[in-house]
Design a protein around this ligand. Structure first.
Ligand code: FAD
Length: 287
């Protein structure tokens, strides 16, 4: 199903997984998707070589399994930095033969040796994917993209992305919902009118929180630090604190009428279950 059609009908609930790398097999990744589907997500997105992991080969394969054997809508990520038009062409053919209708169009992070070839920004990739018939999403940044000097400049670039044809947006993780509400208001003033789905990532440890916020430039509010201080050195208590905090965040977002909630599950079904149950208890999702 096209995600734009889902978002036209209801507030969405969805998950992100990453494809196999290291010890994780394709079958195990499919099992994780199946477990997440017990929470009836509207779609599951599959990352593409996120964080330079190089595991893009399996994105289309896992997407196909989500569509065909798990029976849920898949959203395949695609980054364009370092890819030629022929590379993108080959990948989109694979997505089409896998029955995938939705693509998240991304530039990708800059890295040595990964220069722009035929596409410089996500907004260059979007018209190409639209012409191929895909429903296309784009990324957005409530606190501004890490490379961009000001939120206002980043919003101008976001408007370009939407004008290029993005059907919906998914946010970078954020820990303070007020940042998102401010951003939503600014988008509205810029006449960015497509649905904006909130991406929420529970923190699972102090080191993971530091790594992910450093990579994407998101800030860590004092209330998160206090939860971690209260959890002390106990890894399980830190993880519990992160999941509890994410549950409170999604319930507040749901109560504030957001277009959708997307959980960065980090391939952990218990994160999917906890956020689902919190949203059922709050009335955002039906039981
Ligand atoms: P763009 O929209 O191209 O923007 C990049 C920068 O360029 C911004 O600072 C923007 O303001 C600026 N800019 C845009 N257009 C112009 C213009 N015309 N002129 C001047 N400046 C411009 N990475 C992965 O590797 N794999 C993944 O699977 C993945 N999934 C993601 C999912 C989500 C929801 C998000 C939020 C991010 C994801 N990322 C992923 C990370 C993403 O690749 C990085 O954040 C990357 O640095 C920017 O990608 P973008 O598509 O937002 O870039």
């Amino acid at each position: 199903m096209r995600i734009s059609d889902i978002l036209a009908q209801r507030q969405s609930f969805s998950f992100e997984i990453f494809p196999p790398k290291g010890d994780l097999s394709v079958e195990q990744a499919e099992d994780i998707a199946k477990e997440l589907c017990a929470n009836q997500p509207d779609w599951i997105s599959v990352t593409f070589s996120a964080g330079g992991s190089g595991n893009s080969e399996r994105t289309a394969d896992i997407g196909r399994r989500i569509e065909r054997s798990v029976g849920t809508t898949a959203l395949a990520h695609l980054t364009c930095l370092g890819s030629s038009r022929a590379d993108v062409d080959a990948y989109t053919r694979r997505l089409q033969s896998a029955g995938i209708e939705n693509v998240l169009a991304l530039r990708g992070d800059r890295a040595p040796g990964r220069e722009a070839i035929d596409f410089t920004y996500a907004s260059d990739l979007i018209p190409y994917l639209k012409d191929e018939g895909f429903c296309v999403g784009g990324a957005c940044y409530p606190e501004g993209h890490v490379e961009c000097e000001s939120i206002s400049q980043d919003l101008d670039n976001l408007k370009r992305k939407v004008d290029a044809g993005a059907d919906f947006l998914v946010t970078q993780l954020f820990f303070d919902n007020e940042d998102f509400y401010r951003f939503r208001e600014l988008c509205d003033r810029k006449r960015i009118k497509v649905p904006i789905v909130c991406g929420i990532m529970p923190f699972t440890s102090v080191s993971q929180l530091q790594r992910m916020t450093f990579n994407c430039g998101a800030s860590i509010p004092a209330k998160v630090v206090k939860r971690l201080v209260a959890a002390g050195d106990d890894p399980l208590a830190q993880q519990r604190a992160g999941i509890e905090y994410a549950c409170e965040q999604v319930v507040d977002l749901g109560n504030n009428g957001v277009d959708g909630i997307h959980i960065y599950s980090m391939n952990r079904p218990q994160i999917g279950r906890a956020t689902h149950d919190a949203l059922v208890a709050s009335g955002y999702l039906s039981a």
